[in-house]
Design a protein around this ligand. Structure first.
Ligand code: SF4
Length: 881
């Protein structure tokens, strides 16, 4: 039987075992009590339907389906209605539903002319509105059998380059033959390119990879063993995608209209997602990378910064004593003030206990007058009038980054509309409107953002796969390959069902029991949804013309270290079509040989078999930039770099608590120390302002100024006291005094970020803690909170060498004095001369950029004694051997 079906016996056995409960249920029929339940459900559905029909009749309305059904009935009853349509052309026919099919049939019969249908079964993705591909499949079979119809095959793709055509045929062809196309009774028709076109060869020689795979996996906290949260992994993946897009920009793509190569711009790139849950991570990553992007149909209106600013304005106008709201508004780009001035105003000394509002009036009389005028307008004409006024002052947006302005203006207009709707419904109360919008903001209610870009705007488009139907882009990234799709209905007790009206998951009064009808429903409906999910992936992939980037989160089996994609995800489909692809994508060691017979080729899968591996080859990928921390870790040990960067095992070795001492520690506390040192005046008074002993009363403001992740260590009394004592003692050390002196002279520059691109090489990037320049040269300090242990010192010195290489390019000929400063002891460790060769640093950064994506990642046995990852590394070494 397995041979006949073209399956391996083990696979067939597994499949049949899965089907056994369903088969048993079908043979035995439903038990008595479930039959009773089905009767009740059918009656309830009947009552609901009758009530629905009655409600429509009472209000004189027709649903969209009624329009189609009644039109078909009208034509059936009176063919004269259809006679004027002699020839019918139906496009996208794979998405028709039975009602539409009935109307088409009635019109065709009445007109008596020709019916011309165009469609692609592989692209049927509208099941949620009852599209039924089997209808089109039946027409195709009729035409293929020559029953009064002609079948014209359009298999040439003028959209995709050859590598993509092969990729799509490779995975979808086998899937179609084995699963999707079987019950439709229509064979897979492989796509092919126009290989006789004179430009075809040139079109395929772009030099970029046709398919790229970006995979991440959930990391585990090395100390607590806790799994990383999904949003954090999504963000990491989105960051990699942003880097990928940045590196593609300017590379060649094929201009279909003009038949020539041209450079890629942002608007040639699109990100397609199965659902908008992917939007927040993508938005944050693109913003951080400076990539202009529009999110079509985004639900993120109430999480936008400008909406926050406008709500702050309305709150401040409603109650000028609300210092937080006023500060929020003043710090926004709309206020016209510069952020530093606002910070000084909010944090500066207030000896006479004056309020922020009073200080604002004194310091900025012009801006305060404008604010007063806005308040009068808000009180007299309502909140919407104020927002309209801002819209009429385009200069209000000038302080915002250029690419953000159209979005901000569109959101401002949307906020004005919401304020108007609020006033119309609930009166013109400024305070109530501000509170209502503020509450939506706090809860980040999903609300669609307006679309605000023109066709030609040079921005990346981010949209759902459904919204991309009919579109094409030179570069397409499909994000969410780990998504399991819709319609699983897990966790609900009553499931609507097209075939069975509705099914209850369990029997009433018998918690945990399994109703049999659910098995029937899943076999029919969920199978159909799964198949549509697979077709959706086909639609997503075939939007790409030149480059397809596939992104997903792939679980790894903790026991065997194997990629373990969840069933039903696009990742699992890829793995079935191209075995070993996920392993390569995750950069796991190649599959160990387990012995036994090699798998036999299966009938029906020859085409996929030939393709074996996902065509990820082509140009060797390189890292676009190398950071100081990358460089330091790579210098410590290439394998350690890989463990942290690719497998997510943190190597900083900063335990939350220093073992045996109870002394606080951890990466967050180190970050808090750096944050304080970035603005500290090197005095105890200034320390009291930034990190007070307690956060009572006005000191609470200091806490609010910290980013959320730093608030936890700042709130902890033990951490705070520890850090305060370390910094107070540091003031008395020679290093502390030297830094204080440089600060007093106004020479100290802190948290200076840099990005220096090497010719034909990566960009060197990082942030320098502190440096100053005097007659002797450039002095650079890198702070360390931890002890000068082996690893901290080794990586710290490499970081210094990296900064030294950058400074020697930025300040050629100047003497460099580079040192690590250990805050707890005030110790200074200068960069030894043998590490300070800029040429060697650049060569190593180039080496990291070259092998950072593909490896090999060698070991550095000299670092092993200091490495906190010996066990993890040993495990992975063992796995390799
Ligand atoms: S144990 Fe040694 S080889 Fe392994 S990562 Fe650490 S330093 Fe590298």
């Amino acid at each position: 039987l397995a041979e006949l079906l073209g399956q391996a016996p083990a696979d067939l056995r597994k499949e049949l075992e899965k089907e056994l409960p369903l088969a048993t249920s079908l043979v035995n029929g439903l038990p008595e009590e479930e039959l009773e339940l089905r009767k009740v459900l059918a009656q309830a559905a009947g009552v609901a339907w009758a009530r629905w029909e009655q409600a429509k009749a009472e209000s004189g309305s027709l649903s969209f389906d009624d329009l189609i059904r009644r039109a078909a009935e009208a034509v059936e009853a009176n063919p004269a209605y259809g006679k004027r349509f002699l020839h019918l052309l139906v496009d996208e026919v794979q998405d028709t539903d039975p009602l539409q099919e009935a109307l088409i049939g009635a019109l065709w019969k009445a007109g008596g002319g020709r019916l011309f249908m165009v469609g692609d079964l592989k692209q049927s993705i509208y099941r949620f509105r009852h599209a039924e591909p089997a209808l089109f499949a039946a027409r195709i079979r009729e035409a293929e059998n020559g029953r009064g119809a002609r079948y014209v095959l359009l298999d040439r793709s003028y959209r995709m380059r050859e590598g993509l055509v092969r990729f799509v045929n490779g995975w979808f062809g086998s899937l179609w033959e084995k699963e999707l196309g079987r019950h439709l009774g229509v064979a897979y028709e492989a796509l092919r390119g126009p290989d006789d076109a004179p430009w075809w060869e040139k079109r395929n020689g772009l030099g970029t990879d046709p398919v790229r795979l970006l995979l991440e996996t959930q990391r585990e906290d090395p100390v607590s063993g806790e799994k990383e949260k999904k949003p954090a992994v999504r963000r990491r993946l989105a960051d990699r995608l942003a880097a990928e897009f940045s590196s593609l920009r300017g590379k060649p793509c094929w201009d279909k209209e003009r038949c020539l190569e041209r450079p890629l711009s942002w608007k040639d790139m699109a990100v397609l997602v199965p659902g908008r849950t992917q939007y927040p991570a993508l938005r944050d990553a693109f913003e951080a990378a400076g990539i202009p992007a529009v999110f079509l149909g985004s639900q993120g209106f109430f999480s936008r910064g400008e909406v926050f600013d406008l709500v702050s304005l309305l709150k401040a106008l409603a109650g000028p004593g609300d210092g937080l709201a006023l500060a929020g508004w003043l710090a926004s780009p709309f206020s016209g003030l510069c952020k530093e001035d606002v910070l000084a105003l909010a944090n500066g000394p207030a000896p006479d206990d004056s309020t922020l509002s009073e200080r604002f009036r004194q310091a900025f009389p012009g801006a305060a007058r404008r604010f007063g005028a806005l308040r009068s307008k808000a009180l007299l004409a309502g909140p919407a009038a104020v927002l309209d006024e801002l819209l009429n002052q385009p200069e209000a947006l000038l302080a915002a980054p250029g690419p953000d302005r159209p979005r901000m203006a569109a959101n401002l207009a949307r906020a004005a509309t919401l304020a108007r709707e609020f006033s119309a419904a609930r009166g013109p109360s400024l305070a109530a409107c501000a509170e209502s919008l503020g509450s939506a903001l706090r809860r980040e209610l999903p609300a669609e953002e307006p679309d605000f870009f023109s066709e030609d705007e040079d921005v990346v488009r981010v949209m759902t796969v459904h919204a991309a139907k009919g579109l094409e882009f030179p570069v397409v990234a499909v994000v969410g390959l780990d998504d399991e799709g819709r319609g699983k209905n897990r966790g609900t007790s009553l499931i609507p069902s097209v075939f069975l009206t509705g099914v209850s998951v369990s029997l009433p009064g018998e918690e945990g029991s399994q109703a049999q009808a659910v098995l029937w429903h899943r076999a029919m409906e969920e199978k159909a949804l799964e198949e549509e999910w697979e077709r959706l992936f086909y639609v997503a992939c075939t939007r790409a013309q030149d480059v397809l980037v596939l992104c997903g989160i792939c679980p790894v089996d903790p026991e065997g270290g194997e990629p373990a994609p969840r069933e039903g995800t696009w990742l699992s489909m890829l793995e079935r079509a191209f075995p070993g692809t996920l392993r390569r994508g995750l950069e796991l060691p190649s599959e160990p040989h387990t012995g036994g017979e090699p798998a036999k080729a299966r009938p029906g899968l020859q085409e996929a078999g030939e393709e074996k591996a996902l065509p990820l080859g082509g140009e060797v990928p390189v890292l676009a930039s190398v950071s100081a921390t990358d460089f330091a870790l790579y210098s410590f040990c290439p394998r350690a770099w890989r463990l942290q960067k690719r497998q997510g095992l943190e190597l900083h070795g900063e335990a939350r608590e220093k073992p045996g001492t109870g002394e606080p520690g951890g990466a967050d506390l180190g970050s808090l120390a750096h944050r304080i040192l970035a603005e500290w005046e090197f005095s105890l008074e200034s320390l009291d302002r930034i990190l007070p002993e307690t956060f009572d009363g006005p000191q609470l403001r200091a806490l609010l100024r910290l980013s959320p992740e730093l608030r936890a260590p700042a709130r902890s009394e033990a951490d705070r006291a520890f850090l305060r004592s370390v910094l107070a003692a540091f003031l008395e050390t020679p290093a502390g005094k030297e830094l204080a002196e440089a600060h007093r002279k106004g020479a100290l520059r802190r948290e200076s970020s840099f990005r220096l691109t090497l010719g034909n090489g990566p960009a060197l990037a990082g942030v320098i803690d502190a440096f100053w320049e005097d007659q002797e040269g450039i002095h650079l300090v890198d702070y360390k909170l931890g002890d000068p242990s082996g690893m901290a010192e080794a990586t710290g010195l490499s970081q210094l060498a990296f900064y030294g290489a950058v400074l020697s390019r930025l300040f050629p000929g100047r003497r460099l004095d580079l040192s690590l400063v250990f805050l707890k002891t005030g110790e200074r460790h200068a960069l030894p001369a043998d590490l300070a060769d800029p040429g060697q640093v650049e060569a190593r950064a180039r080496e990291l950029a070259r092998i950072g994506v593909t490896g090999p990642f060698g070991q550095n046995p000299r670092s092993c004694p200091f490495c906190p990852r010996q066990r993890a590394c040993g495990a992975s070494l063992g796995h390799l051997q």
